[in-house]
Design a protein around this ligand. Structure first.
Ligand SMILES: Cc1cc2nc3c(=O)[nH]c(=O)nc-3n(C[C@H](O)[C@H](O)[C@H](O)COP(=O)(O)OP(=O)(O)OC[C@H]3O[C@@H](n4cnc5c(N)ncnc54)[C@H](O)[C@@H]3O)c2cc1C
Length: 417
């Protein structure tokens, strides 16, 4: 089933009766070449690229709930390539290029919108830091433009530029940054993988990982045992729990991140705006809701919901920067479980168990990484070699301390500021 303008028109005038399910719903087989644990953005894109780039389709994705029910359907959808450190820069740059061809590749409207991202700065020191970041982005081949206060005013006239605590000095504009529709990304990858023969198994929780003689042999699930030559763990906030099934202790803390959306409004915010001093960022969805969020809640948890003190903190930051927002009614809020690493950078690696691979540690920035992570992880699983843009995402950097990429300088304790 291909989507096209003609097809949309035909279905529109014939009552939309010709659309079929977007992916198959098979029963699990007893054995696969590769089992991917986790049907989030990263698991689905990994399966898609295994099939598309490497011709490997005897693959199952096992998801304990429904496809896209985790963070991939809970994030605030910001897509960008504005990282500073070598290791991260080339990876997110590659991922953004995949985003730019994604809709054509998947034949699916993921509503990728490069509306521009502006990171505000509020002191001379912050200006220097953003100037350096902009230079790093340009050196990587991505776009960056340093705006002074007047330049920001042109784009974002509705901000309070002279608020007492954090007057706006300027901003770093990343024009190719923007947003996408999060669950459409999960659906597009799911459909693409299923069409290529991958089995997507929902309501199938992995409860154990089978290992014999140092080699992975399969998994135990709520729908029975499944044998596999290779097993890939891609479960984001649950990484610590699932890795423990293979006897691993990961350098990961799970933390809650919340987001909020207002009632639908006429177009008012045309960009993604990030207010670093107040831990607040905002964009407007195509439906009209103002989508915004802030920092993590302040303690580790596996609960998929947040707490009121952080909600209050985010609202305060919003009012500081953009007092007009006080007139909008908040419609919903929700939380997701973030897999936080000590250096804020991810892991895509083999493990000490032969045939067992892991992709995790995306912190609060893994949505933009969905295409790049799936591409690089599929490459590692299929070839046994690290894909160049993700070569520094090694697990052993936390063992020996060599090659840490502390992009944000937040250090090992994400719950302590
Ligand atoms: C509020 C919020 C805002 C965010 N904003 C942004 C943003 O603007 N930009 C950005 O880049 N990133 C953002 N993120 C981060 C991003 O959403 C995540 O880093 C990314 O989605 C994680 O990867 P995933 O999609 O594979 O995770 P998930 O969708 O969580 O996928 C993991 C899957 O594994 C499944 N699973 C777990 N345990 C098992 C098991 N035992 N057996 C089978 N399946 C299992 C889960 O059910 C889940 O579906 C945000 C996150 C949140 C919560």
């Amino acid at each position: 089933m291909r989507f096209s303008a003609l097809r949309l028109f035909q279905e529109g005038v014939t009552g939309n009766r010709g659309w079929g399910p977007h992916w198959r719903d098979p029963a699990p087989k007893g054995e696969y070449d590769i089992v991917v644990i986790g049907g989030g953005g990263h698991g689905l894109s990994t399966a898609y690229y295994l099939a598309k780039e490497h011709g490997l389709s005897n693959v199952a994705v096992l998801e304990k709930g429904y496809l896209g029910g985790g963070n991939v359907g809970r994030n605030t959808t910001i897509v960008r390539a504005n990282y500073f450190l070598p290791g991260n820069s080339e990876f997110y740059s590659h991922s953004l290029k995949l985003w730019e061809g994604l809709e054509a590749d998947l034949n699916y409207n993921v509503m990728h919108s490069q509306r521009g991202l502006i990171n505000l700065f509020h002191s001379d020191g912050q200006r220097d830091a953003f100037a350096r970041r902009g230079n790093a982005m340009e050196n990587q081949g991505d776009d960056a433009e340093l705006l002074d206060r007047k330049g920001v005013k042109k784009y974002l006239p509705y901000l309070d530029f002279d608020n007492v605590r954090f007057p706006v000095y300027g901003g770093l504009l990343h024009k190719r940054g923007g947003t996408a529709r999060h669950d459409a990304v999960a659906w597009g990858y799911a459909r693409g993988a299923s069409d290529r023969g991958v089995d997507l198994i929902q309501n199938c929780e992995v409860t154990g990982i089978d290992i014999a003689g140092g080699k992975v042999t399969g998994v135990q699930t709520t729908r029975g045992a499944i044998k596999a030559k290779k097993v890939a763990i891609v479960v984001a906030g649950r990484s610590g729990q699932v890795a423990a099934m293979a006897g691993m202790r990961l350098p990961i803390e799970s933390h809650i991140l919340q987001a909020f959306v207002t009632e639908g409004l006429k177009p008012v915010i045309n960009h993604v705006v990030s207010f670093g001093m107040g831990h607040f960022y905002i964009s407007q969805s195509d439906k009209g809701g103002l989508v915004f969020g802030g920092d993590l809640d302040f303690y580790p948890s596996y609960a998929q919901r947040g707490n009121l003190p952080m909600a209050e903190h985010v609202m305060e930051a919003a009012m500081t920067l953009m007092p007009a927002i006080g007139k909008a009614k908040v419609l919903r809020s929700w939380g997701g479980i973030m897999d936080m690493t000590p250096d804020g950078s991810p892991i895509i690696d083999k493990t000490d168990t032969e045939g067992l691979f892991i992709d995790c540690g995306w912190c609060y920035g893994g949505f933009k990484a969905v295409p790049g992570s799936g591409f690089s992880f599929a490459h590692l699983i299929a070839t046994g070699e690290h894909h160049a843009p993700a070569a520094r995402f090694r697990l052993d950097r936390f063992r020996d301390g060599v090659g840490l990429m502390d992009e944000e300088g937040t250090g090992a304790q994400h719950n302590l500021h």
